[in-house]
Design a protein around this ligand. Structure first.
Ligand SMILES: [Zn+2]
Length: 365
């Protein structure tokens, strides 16, 4: 066995050089799922046990069911549960034998012939492969489910790529090889820990220095927004709204942009007290880079960290516009006040904060 010189593209499932050839780098196959095709084993064919064809008005399916009954003794009024494994297999995957059918078609013609039966799965498979209609593809997708790719075990890369490993020392100091997909399966917290335990020669250390620095700062950003529990290979679509917002935030801090206005809607939701402090530090950092941050927030700690507070509440509405302009002019002239500069006397928030200031902070809430 031989392979070309190793390059970064060998470790990307988005590149044909790295992607598993069986699943093209997806890590799974979408297949027609028998459990979705026959969701209720207590139904018979007559009662619509084959879900994809249950609501069709075509005379073809009742006719082929009668043909299957004649040929394989698959009772059309027998619950699927009572059929033999072989009979169920014929329903799902078809048979090479011809099925005699006869029925009256939509135009009223009597038709009799020997039909092919490719099985429910075969029919759906062909529909999805042959159609150009998104509607039909979506219809078939209702009976598909994702199965982990057997070739790569869901790790999305070619065996050659997964054969490339780094030596990593574990807690007990035992050194074990680790490939990139195993690392991607770690949480951010564990990944951060491992960065210091990769065994490198002096020369390798020099080459890797900049890369490790980047990895540390990126996992540091995710740490800063309280997301260390996420695994690196977590699919974006499975993130909660707040998590996605904080990941975008982490990316933004990393990009080091200035002169940007960030508008955040309750970023503290779902955060622990400790992570909340980190988030505030992160936002302060963003501000100090030269950005403006507008936050809609009810969290006291965040409010106290703000340079300005605009309190919109009952009784405050009439003065909002005027005072907003005042806040803006302050910000533009770079005057920062150490305390929340502006509260509306009538607003609930200002009453809350002044009441909170006059008593001991109570963290047990
Ligand atoms: Zn695969």
């Amino acid at each position: 066995m031989s392979f070309d010189e190793i390059a970064p593209r060998n470790f990307s499932f988005n590149s044909p050089y790295g992607a598993c050839e069986q699943c093209t780098g997806l890590g799974f196959h979408t297949v027609i799922d028998p459990k979705l095709v026959i969701p209720d084993m207590d139904l018979s064919l007559d009662e619509g046990a084959l879900a994809p064809f249950a609501n069709t008005s075509s005379a073809y399916f009742p006719a082929i069911y009668r043909g299957l009954e004649k040929k394989f003794k698959i009772g059309t009024s027998t619950p699927i549960r009572k059929l033999t494994k072989q009979q169920i297999d014929i329903l799902l995957n078809g048979t090479n034998e011809r099925i005699p059918i006869s029925f009256t078609d939509r135009r009223g013609y009597r038709r009799s012939y020997n039909a092919m039966w490719n099985g429910a799965i075969g029919i759906l498979d062909r529909r999805s492969k042959e159609t150009t209609s998104q509607y039909i593809r979506d219809e078939v997708a209702r009976y598909q489910s994702a199965q982990p790719c057997a070739a790569c075990g869901g790790m999305r890369l070619k065996p050659e790529s997964l054969a490339v490993t780094l030596d990593v020392a574990n807690d007990e100091g035992v050194i074990a090889p680790m490939h990139i997909s195993a690392m991607a399966g770690l949480s951010v917290a564990r990944f951060e820990g491992i960065l210091d335990r990769i065994i490198l020669t002096e020369r390798e250390g020099m080459i890797a220095r900049q890369i490790l620095k980047e990895l540390r700062s990126r996992s540091g950003f995710l740490n800063a927004v309280g997301l260390t529990y996420l695994t690196l290979d977590r699919a974006a679509g499975t993130l909660a709204g707040g998590e996605a917002q904080r990941i975008r935030l982490a990316t933004q801090i990393g990009s080091g942009l200035m002169g940007v206005v960030y508008i955040l809607d309750e970023p503290s939701i779902g955060l622990h007290q400790r992570d909340n402090r980190r988030l505030i530090d992160t936002l302060t950092e963003l501000r100090d880079l030269g950005n403006t941050i507008l936050i809609v927030e009810h969290d006291e700690e965040t409010m106290r960290a703000a340079d300005h507070i605009i309190d919109i509440g009952p009784g405050a509405a009439s003065t909002v516009a005027r005072s907003w302009l005042r806040v803006r002019s302050r910000t533009l002239s770079h005057q920062r006040s150490p305390q929340p500069a502006l509260t509306f006397p009538g607003g609930a928030r200002s009453r809350f904060l002044s009441a909170a200031a006059s008593r001991k902070p109570d963290r047990s809430r």
